[in-house]
Design a protein around this ligand. Structure first.
Ligand code: TYC
Length: 103
């Protein structure tokens, strides 16, 4: 009946609200032109990495083609991707940054 379906819908919504939100990883991609120091600076400024963490991630991207900068909720991930793109654009570096569902 109608009220049975309405009650089911409320229970589904309550169950959904208790779930942790979907998480997204922000990924840096390698290229041949962006200076290593610029990437290290971005990782410190945008992702709060220490200089050592930032260098480690930058070198991983340089050698393996890509690397995860962090895992966040959708809005935080999207904002950080935009920050990276803006910094890269301002210096005319081809640095690419994407977000994807965390596995
Ligand atoms: N490959 C670049 C260079 O040799 C460095 C680099 C690292 C670029 C990481 C992008 O996401 C990147 N200067």
């Amino acid at each position: 009946t109608n009220t049975d379906i309405q009650r089911d819908t409320v229970l589904e919504r309550e169950k959904e609200a208790l779930k942790p939100p979907p998480m997204y990883q922000v990924v840096l991609l390698n290229d041949d032109y962006t200076p290593m120091e610029f990437v290290v600076n971005v990782l410190q400024r945008v992702f709060g990495k220490t200089p050592e963490e930032a260098s480690h991630i930058m070198l991983k991207v340089h050698h393996e083609g890509r690397g995860v900068c962090g895992i966040y909720t959708r809005d935080i991930a999207a904002t950080r991707v935009e920050m990276v793109r803006q910094l890269a654009r301002a210096r005319q570096h081809p640095l690419q940054c994407i977000m994807e569902p965390a596995p």
